[in-house]
Unconditional design. Structure first.
Ligand code: HEM
Length: 527
């Protein structure tokens, strides 16, 4: 009898707690999504690998898009899902001071690699963003251009060599991953790594670790994005934001190469050298015009301690985020773009005509200049359109850092609440973009945001506001060079059209947007 009573009591307590947690939004006056599932809330599909990360959010958006914003639960954590471009703009730009952070797992002591620009918040983020901004000015990008062009040439030569040996089908996701890994390693460390021919290349192994995470790592990624406080609680059991292999390699490699440079007084023309300046003097030396560009950065703040130096751990953490940021996003952009170009040979032909016109008499990639690349306007539109249909980081996140009253209502978003913006779903909304699933680069011809029919933030592949992507220019340049390297010399088509439906199926264990199937495309040399 007592056991029965006790069981009933426990069930009642669990029921009441469940009810209490899952009515947070109603109690605060907001609408909320239906039927959160016990323990998992509204995203059980993610935990059971039933849908990709992006599809999960696209489906929620489709169901609730006529709410400007709506509450939901990821596990028991209340999350505000924002659908309306004007509210998006409010959060990312106009009222940024109430939403300065991302809900991310950071642990300086037990997991120093997690303390990078993407993850950290508050004053620490403000200072770091200010210090790192000179790394990404247009002047620095121009300085890096010859190195990046060299990587494009290596990609093209690899294809030419294999093609003359009879190989004409390549998995372009893998091929572009090799190219971006090669590129990012060169611009960070000035190391010419053999990512194309060496199957045991250590950098390629590390990048493969990001793009093909295990189910366990994917669950950890979900936790670290959606409910970082739970990850914090379990970090006493030694959970980390990356695998031990990646952590050890990055931390040890960076420490070793910095020491080597300091011992030998070697100065590289690369990111690492700029980070070493931040370690030794606390700031990066900039030219006058770069200062102007940097001062335009909205993160500028009066309270920045210019002299504060970065530690070795902080340098390694930034190397890590540049590597991940520069690798996976550009690989996805180039491979989805080529996927669409196989479907649309007419658009592919227009790009090739533009390449022929702009590159003119140049027969060698070394003769192609930075200015010529900047003149590839149609290719740029194709990249912008790819990023609309397939934004590699399909959801944006913010943490409310100061209680925020929603305009024209009495509703308050409480400090600590996570806010999610389903960028991919907004960018595929037929009420914003005409024929949204059609690849139409022309919509970017006269408009940097693709002529969307909405006010506010509706084109968000690089985010918006002071926390927008710091590497946007570099990411786009990397994608432009990679695509130009392929399309200048080759035409590309599906190897087997039946492999793909209307839209590529997406991987379910990947946080970034990635096709579930290899992109095996056939190349034919252009005459
Ligand atoms: C096509 C290429 C790329 C895409 C689509 C992309 C996309 C994004 C997006 C959506 C964000 C979040 C913005 C927000 O929350 O408002 C972001 C942030 C960031 N990205 Fe990128 N990215 C790309 C390339 C790069 C590259 C090349 C690097 C570095 C080498 C980089 C480094 C970062 C960093 C450090 C942040 C965090 C910025 C901050 O919080 O202050 N990204 N990126």
């Amino acid at each position: 009898m007592e056991v029965l009573l006790l069981t009933c009591l426990v069930i009642l307590i669990v029921y009441l707690l469940n009810h209490y947690y899952f009515t947070y939004w109603k109690r605060h006056g907001f609408c909320q999504m239906d039927s959160p599932m016990w323990l998992l809330g509204n995203i059980s599909d993610l935990f059971f690998f039933r849908k990709s990360f992006s599809n999960c959010f696209i489906d929620l958006y489709e169901k609730y898009k006529h709410h400007k914003y709506i509450g939901c639960y990821f596990t028991y954590k209340p999350i505000l899902f924002v659908n309306d471009p004007e509210v998006v703009q409010d959060i990312l730009v106009s009222n940024f001071s109430s939403f300065t952070d991302r809900p991310r797992f950071v642990d300086e002591v037990r997991d120093p690699i997690s303390t990078h620009l993407f993850n950290i918040g508050g004053q620490k983020w403000r200072e770091l963003r200010f210090k790192l901004s000179p790394t990404f000015t247009s002047g620095k990008l121009k300085g890096m251009f010859p190195i990046m062009r060299g990587c494009g040439k290596t990609l093209r030569d690899f294809m030419l060599k294999n093609n003359s040996n009879g190989k004409n089908v390549f998995n372009f996701i893998d091929l572009f991953a090799k190219y971006t890994t090669h590129n990012i390693v060169t611009v960070i460390f000035s190391i010419d790594s053999d990512t194309f021919d060496d199957p045991d290349n250590v950098f390629r192994k590390i990048s493969a670790n990001f793009s093909e995470p295990s189910k366990r790592q994917h669950i950890m990624d979900i936790f670290s994005f959606l409910v970082p406080n739970i990850l914090h609680a379990i970090s006493i059991f030694n959970f980390r934001s990356v695998t031990a292999n990646v952590n050890d390699f990055v931390m040890n490699f960076v420490a070793k190469i910095v020491k080597h440079r300091e011992d030998t007084k070697f100065q590289g023309n690369d990111f690492l050298q700029l980070l070493i300046q931040l370690k030794n003097q606390g700031y990066i030396l900039t030219k006058k015009n770069e200062e102007v560009e940097q001062n335009g950065d909205k993160t500028r703040s009066e309270n920045i301690n210019i002299m504060k130096k970065l530690t070795m751990d902080e340098i390694a953490a930034q190397v890590h985020v540049f590597f991940v940021g520069g690798f996976e996003t550009s690989t996805a952009t180039m491979s989805f773009c080529l996927f669409e170009l196989c479907r649309r040979p007419d658009i592919q032909k227009k790009i090739q005509e533009e390449l022929d016109n702009v590159f003119g008499a140049s027969t060698n990639f070394d003769d192609v200049t930075y200015e010529m690349f900047n003149n590839l306007k149609y290719l740029e539109c194709c990249i912008n359109e790819t990023l609309r249909l397939y934004p590699p980081l399909s959801i944006l996140f913010r943490t409310c850092t100061k209680d925020y009253k929603m305009p024209d209502t009495d509703l308050i978003i409480e400090k600590g609440t996570s806010v999610y913006i389903p960028a991919i779903a907004i960018q595929r909304d037929a009420e914003i973009f005409e024929n949204p699933l059609e690849f139409t680069p022309e919509r970017f011809m006269d408009s940097p945001t693709g002529n969307g029919k909405a006010n506010g933030g509706f084109y968000l592949p690089f985010g918006d506001g002071p926390r927008h992507c710091i590497g946007e220019r570099m990411g786009k340049m990397q994608a432009k060079i990679g695509l130009a390297s392929v399309l200048w010399k080759f035409s590309v088509e599906y190897n087997n059209k039946e492999d793909f439906g209307d839209m590529p199926e997406l991987q379910k264990t990947q946080f970034f947007l990635r096709s579930a199937k290899p992109f095996n495309f056939k190349i034919t040399p252009r005459i």
